[in-house]
Write a new protein. Structure first.
Lengths: 295, 292
């Protein structure tokens, strides 16, 4: 009996230790970048154009990151969620679904630099677009879609069969059942999937090097609404270096006096953005669920 | 020996009734209307899951505005028969229904009939209370909304009427939009599920062991409710609890497992007769607790 209790205590202690370790690592990373950034950080760095201050600014690349995120999610979320519904509710088991699952796993395990090269061949070279935000977003979609598909399918599959049966027994059609009984329950899982995917978009650099490009104007004119003008910040047909790519670039081939500081501050901004996005999406998921459940 | 006979042929070979049983046959004493129209009918119904025959050759009539109980040992196909009346067996892969199932004389399995239409007329209350993780109001409004009702005033009406019918209104009227259906007690959840079914304005209510997950007081409330609902609805209830069958039903159908592992209908009669003077020895053994 004593030995059993000792084992129980040991297990508890080990699991605690692992959890504490993981959290410490996370806190340490954030703390490192915050401490490194504070001496040189200013609001101007966030929004100003790079040529104005001595250190420069990340205004344009920050804008590009947000733009790329929105564009990629616009392409990925509808396909991913609807595909997840199809896989969970309609596809059944068979050769087609097996083939789809197999390719999902395959694409998920391909290194993103390889996906980037594929994107270059298809969306940059074959289309003749050159380096564009749209090409970058499509490339990001290629390797995020399988992830989102699988996460939404799982979220939908975990909804208890009781919910479906109850809805069908009330005379609801299959689509009504999915829309009004299954999806409301699956929303938190689907939102988690979307957040994970979005995090990857925000943090991805390798797949964008050859697709969205490494250059960006020093300043954007937001009054230019011409979507086909490569100078317009709203246009998908323009170079769009994102924050992650910018960090990679300043660390590997940056020249000025403040390269190190710029990379650190950009990293801090990236981490804070990802954190904020996660928390925001959690809140959004909860709000959505409260809305559909009438509470 | 165990060859199933239609209920009618079994009753034809009934032994001389005892005085108690005779009383049960007189409509004025039992309250049963012998001329009540048939609401549900199963004619030589066999149901298979893949290669396995779950239940075979069931023939029975459920008169309108009455309560019929299905009793019998586990696995004898009671729930399977129940669920062919609202085509919920369609959801199980490999399930196949042979024979004819009728609602108001219409073939429920006719190719032109949509399961959705059948289920709007025939509601089902499940064994485990399964409210949606939504507010009480949204739970009850779910059916009407899916059937196209959008007017807020009318939905409010339906929700209140259904909750009153299910004897739940007084307990939840202040929390309709504040509380989740899941925050209620087990017995309240089951009454919420009944209210949710009533809100779709069904003609028949099927109940699949509705009290097996409930405590005795909650069970009693559901039983009282069944007594009130049969005035307006036709009810079929599957139960493992023989006292419950005796308390709530007008007629009782006893199913058991044959030697071929398929369930079949042994005997169908007025409840009082099933429990006091059944025609079949198997029924007698079951209701007196000698097997099953």
């Amino acid at each position: 009996m004593r030995r059993v209790l000792a084992a129980d205590r040991l297990a508890t202690a080990v699991l605690w230790a692992v959890a504490v370790f993981v959290i410490l690592v996370l806190v340490a990373i954030i703390a490192y970048f915050v401490i490194e950034s504070i001496p040189t950080f200013s609001l101007a760095f966030l929004f100003a154009d790079p040529s104005l201050t001595e250190i420069g600014g990340i205004g344009p690349v920050l804008w590009n990151s947000v733009y790329m995120l929105v564009l990629t999610m616009l392409l990925t979320v509808p396909l991913g969620v609807l595909g997840g519904i199809y896989m969970a509710e309609y596809a059944g088991e068979g050769r087609l679904t097996n083939a789809i699952r197999f390719s999902q796993e395959l694409i998920s395990s391909v290194p993103s630099i390889v996906v980037g090269l594929f994107g270059f061949a298809l969306f940059v070279a074959a289309t003749g677009w050159g380096f564009t935000a749209l090409g970058g977003a499509l490339t990001l979609m290629v390797f995020n879609l399988p992830l989102l598909l699988r996460l939404s399918e799982q979220a939908i599959r975990t909804v208890p069969a009781d919910e479906r049966a109850a809805s069908l027994a009330l005379g609801a059609t299959k689509w009504q059942t999915i829309r009004h009984a299954v999806l409301p329950v699956a929303i938190p899982g689907v939102v988690t999937g979307i957040v994970l995917t979005a995090g990857r978009v925000f943090g991805e650099a390798a797949a964008l090097l050859f697709t969205a490009g490494l250059s960006t104007p020093t300043r954007y004119d937001f009054s230019n609404l011409n979507l086909l003008d490569p100078q317009s910040p709203w246009s998908p047909f323009r170079n769009a270096t994102t924050l992650s790519v910018f960090i990679w670039k300043s660390n590997s081939e940056g020249l000025g006096n403040y390269v190190h500081e710029v990379a650190n501050m950009s990293s801090m901004v990236l981490i804070v953005m990802v954190l904020a996005f996660n928390l925001g999406s959690r809140w959004l998921g909860g709000a959505l669920q409260r809305h559909v459940s009438g509470l | 020996m165990n060859t199933p006979q239609g209920a009618s042929t079994v009753t034809a070979t009934r032994p001389t009734p005892t005085p108690l049983a005779i009383a049960s046959l007189q409509p004025e004493l039992t309250g049963l209307d012998p001329d009540a129209p048939v609401k549900l009918r199963a004619q030589d119904v066999s149901i298979r899951y893949g290669d396995r025959v779950a239940v075979r050759d069931v023939t029975l009539d459920v008169p309108e505005h009455s309560v019929m109980a299905f009793i019998g040992p586990s696995g004898c196909g009671k729930s399977t028969v129940l669920r062919c009346f609202d085509r919920m067996n369609d959801l199980i892969p490999g399930a196949a229904v042979e024979g004819r199932v009728e609602l108001d004389g219409e073939d429920v399995y006719a190719p032109s009939v949509l399961p959705v239409e059948v289920r709007r007329k025939v509601g089902l209350v499940f064994q485990r209370p399964n409210p949606f993780p939504m507010s009480i109001y949204e739970n009850v409004a779910f059916g009407p909304r899916r059937h196209g009702e959008q007017g807020k005033a009318r939905l409010d009406d339906v929700v209140e009427r259904s909750l009153r019918q299910a004897a739940l209104w007084d307990e939840v009227k202040d929390d309709l939009r504040k509380k989740s259906g899941l925050s209620l007690s087990g017995g309240q959840q089951q009454r919420l599920c009944i209210a949710r079914t009533l809100a779709t304005d069904p003609e028949v209510i099927l109940m699949d062991e509705p009290c097996s997950a409930l405590d005795p007081i909650a069970t009693l409330k559901i039983e009282e409710l069944i007594g009130q609902l049969k005035v307006d609805y036709t009810i079929v209830i599957v139960t493992h609890n023989m006292q419950q069958a005796a308390r709530v039903s007008d007629r009782t159908a006893f199913f058991t497992l044959g030697e071929d592992r398929a369930g079949y209908l042994v005997e169908l009669d007025e409840t009082l007769r099933i429990f006091t003077n059944p025609a079949n020895q198997l029924t007698e053994d079951y209701v007196s607790g000698r097997f099953g």
